[in-house]
Design a protein around this ligand. Sequence first.
Ligand SMILES: C[S@@+](CC[C@H](N)C(=O)[O-])C[C@H]1O[C@@H](n2cnc3c(N)ncnc32)[C@H](O)[C@@H]1O
Length: 302
Amino acid sequence: MANSAEKQVTSRPAPAPYRPSLFTRLQQFVFASSKDHAFLDRPYFGVVMALTPKRWKRPLANYLLALSPHYFLPNWEKKYPDELTYADKVAANAEEGLGYRRKLVNQLIIPHAAADASMLDFGCGPGVIAIMAAPHVGKVTAVDVSRGVIAISKALDHPENVEFVANRRNDLAFIASESLDLVFSFVVLQHLKPEQVESFLKEFYRVLKPGGKAVLQIKLREQGQPRHDPGVGGWLHRRTMLRMVFYTRRQMLQMLKRSGFREISIRNLREYEGFEKELDNGQIIITGKPGPVPATAEQAIA
Ligand SMILES: C[S@@+](CC[C@H](N)C(=O)[O-])C[C@H]1O[C@@H](n2cnc3c(N)ncnc32)[C@H](O)[C@@H]1O
């Protein structure tokens, strides 16, 4: 006789075939793109933002960002009271995102920053982190695969030392080797395909100066968790290009080591101040490129 676990598996109904409605197809066409994982990718978002009067740019940007689970979590509206208008909910959620990112910048960027440092914010999205980090470093290169999100960020006010770049390649060929002091990335690596993660980790190592640091968020695989998030791999992926791939701590360490990184610390984000109550927050990797070796013994003594 089948045990109860087997019964559960066999009695589970087959998933319904995905049949997007006409409206979903239209949304998909308007907001996503053929490029994997690039939501808001259509080039016309830049034109729309440029034509929008200044005072409407920020609310419009928030409206567009609210359409993607990259920027506003799925079902984000549900946590706000029904009495609030949609516009108020969008504004409140955007504000909450700012507070969260301020805590990140204070604890994960500023301790590794210097006034003349060059930093990369990889997968910058609307550039909130890049903009908050800007007063603490010399230059921030904020890179994202989505042309639309980069166009939106460029159209909004931002400090002069933040450069937004749309990069659709699986490398960072436009950044010179050993030119950056800090590579930062938050909630990006878990959304990439494994071969992209390998490629970008190698690129992070290549672009870092000797002595440079990498601070990277990842969501590692917990015991019993599948390799891919099934909740995300289904309709959400088809509609918004969102994917989640989880690696074990060991797999992640192996990938980092294959990329050249050696001294690697991995801590739960929950261990940082103000994140104790977060449920779904993943891990923070802190690593770097070994510092320059003195050329001569005299230099070493000096
Ligand atoms: C969850 S959002 C995080 C945005 C930002 N780091 C933040 O915390 O506000 C993930 C971002 O990664 C970007 N992304 C996905 N694949 C990418 C790639 N291959 N290269 C650069 N950015 C990518 C997405 O377009 C999206 O903006």
